[in-house]
Design a protein around this ligand. Structure first.
Ligand code: ARG
Length: 271
């Protein structure tokens, strides 16, 4: 596929500036509280991601960060929004649990009519990934398997449940990126055999990503159907995207990577 993809439209995102970002606990294998974090640099990197989105014509809303919630910058985990309906999150680890209420109140204040609190543990778009006609639901490290029922019921869409098996890729959005309704890129080793088969039968085109690109969280990318905002360190994936007709837009979020996050983690799509 060499022609450039055309199915693009302006998106709306919610982001949270990393004002209080640090790594002070370890809830995934990337986090080392002994390593220094440059919060000012994280802010500048985040701002460039924000500006990359607005430069592409997308709208970005921001939520006010709260002191004591260093991971609140990872807005993707704050909720799941499809067709104006909001499913709140319920975090696995106590350190992040207060973020759920902060995000829920943002949606209530901004006029969203259907705002549902989660029953089962779910970490928002980190694990619940909209794929056009279906929703992909990752589980195994954070989001519980039971969350898929709430997702199916609230959004009225079929859910494809996917088990994650490699602790480095603890959220689905670290192991897979939906590029358009028929195309995704993924890291096969992050999934069990059933998950790999489910992905192969759902997507017409599946791009397999190499170890070295997955290991810099290259798959933590955001597609508008044409442009793909992707970590610059994932050079192999950048080339694969271009060869498939997408337009890669590279960003560097090296400070946020110290918490196990990348561009997609910082971005919650408001559909
Ligand atoms: N430190 C955060 C955590 O472990 C990183 C979250 C990354 N978010 C994501 N959507 N993958 O929860």
């Amino acid at each position: 596929m060499a022609d450039s993809r055309s199915c693009t439209h302006a998106r709306t995102y919610l982001m949270c500036p990393p004002e209080y970002f640090t790594v002070e606990y370890a809830i995934n294998p990337w986090m080392n509280p002994d390593e220094t974090v440059d919060t000012a640099l994280a802010m500048r990197q985040w701002q460039r991601l924000h500006d990359a989105f607005t430069g592409l014509g997308h709208t970005v809303h921001t939520i006010k960060p709260e002191p004591g919630l260093p991971d609140m910058v990872f807005a993707a985990n704050g909720a799941t929004v499809i067709d104006g309906k909001v499913l709140g999150s319920r975090f696995m680890y106590q350190q992040r649990q207060p973020e759920a209420a902060a995000y829920l109140s943002w949606f209530r204040l901004h006029g969203y009519q259907v705002v549902r609190e989660a029953g089962a543990v779910n970490e928002g778009e980190g694990d619940i990934v909209f794929a056009g006609r279906v929703v992909l639901a990752g589980h195994g490290f954070r989001t519980g398997e039971l969350a898929q029922h709430e997702v199916a019921e609230l959004f009225g869409l079929p859910v494809v449940s996917l088990r994650l098996v490699d602790p480095r890729f603890y959220h689905l959005d670290t192991a897979l990126v939906v590029l358009d309704a028929d195309t995704a890129a993924y890291y096969p080793a992050a999934f069990d055999d059933a998950g790999q088969a489910a992905l192969a039968s759902h997507f017409a085109e599946l791009i397999e990503v190499k170890d070295e690109d997955a290991e810099v969280l290259g798959l933590n990318a955001i597609s508008d159907g044409r442009h793909v905002v992707v970590p610059e360190q994932a050079t192999g994936l950048v080339a694969q995207l271009a060869a498939a007709g997408f337009e890669p837009v590279t960003v560097d979020l090296s400070e946020l990577l110290k918490a196990g996050g990348g561009p997609k983690c910082c971005t919650l799509e408001l559909r």
